[in-house]
Design a protein. Structure first.
Length: 253
């Protein structure tokens, strides 16, 4: 299963409190052929029994690309301290997974991500449909420089006018403990659903409105634009894009 299967899908932006609850753990699972409905039935029962009040789970399903049909089981709003805790009903919880869940799967993977509000745009938007862009960064990249450049774009987009940009919502995450393969995830939250991807769904800016490049050069200078292009082109080794949806029927209620 590809690295992309580690990814998270979360419709609500995370906020940081005194414990920095900005971490998300994701278990990605692929049902065996012919076991999709059996998996959904078994997991729905498991969530109702073990994740109704504590450790709530949101479930997302990939809808496009080679990993279509993979499910992401997402536990958000976590802190580092949560990794020290163990469920009081851990034996029963784990036994239920062993008996009714794992036998239906081909593969499972796990990863942890950090939500970064400073590199997100209107991520408080609630959505049930998403476009996910996964970027694998070059080994040895100065991540601080990369974040700084992304932050410039976010600040400009927050100030920009126009129907499209004013309806654009993006949540940004970085994977933790990923070794030499540094992964970032940008999730476009489609509050109006997949139909909003149609060209012209949001009216274009009025004629004569400055482009993003023009606004960038006005704020930071033409030389900074050239440096931006070089940095972003050199930073990314591989990009993956796909769509997914929230499965409310499989999630904690």
């Amino acid at each position: 299963m590809k690295q992309v299967l580690f990814l998270l899908f979360i419709a609500i932006a995370l906020t940081a409190d005194s414990q920095k609850t900005d971490l998300v753990t994701v278990n990605s699972v692929k049902p065996k052929k012919g076991q999709k409905m059996a998996f959904e039935t078994a997991y729905k029962q498991h969530v109702a029994k073990f994740h109704k009040t504590d450790e709530k789970i949101n479930v997302y399903e990939i809808m496009s690309g080679p990993d279509a049909g993979v499910y992401h089981l997402v536990n958000s709003g976590r802190s580092y301290a949560d990794f020290d805790k163990e469920r009081s009903d851990a034996p029963a919880h784990n036994l239920d997974l062993d008996k009714t869940f794992f036998p239906l799967l081909d593969e499972t993977t796990n990863a942890t991500f950090r939500f970064m509000d400073s590199l997100s745009l209107r991520s408080e938007v609630t959505a049930e449909a998403f476009v996910v862009t996964v970027r694998h960064l070059k080994e040895g990249l100065d991540l601080a420089d990369y974040r700084t450049e992304l932050g410039k774009a976010i600040r400009l987009n927050k100030a920009a006018k126009g129907a499209f940009i004013e309806n654009l919502s993006v949540s940004y995450f970085e994977q933790l403990w990923d070794g030499s393969d540094q992964v970032t995830v940008s999730i476009r939250n489609l509050k109006d659903g997949f139909k909003s991807l149609e060209q012209g769904y949001y009216p274009s800016n009025s004629p004569g409105s400055p482009s993003f490049r023009q606004e960038y050069e006005k704020t930071y200078g033409a030389e900074a634009w050239d440096e931006r292009v070089k940095l972003l082109e050199a930073a990314v080794v591989k990009t993956e894009v796909y769509i997914c949806r929230l499965r409310k029927d499989l999630s904690s209620q």
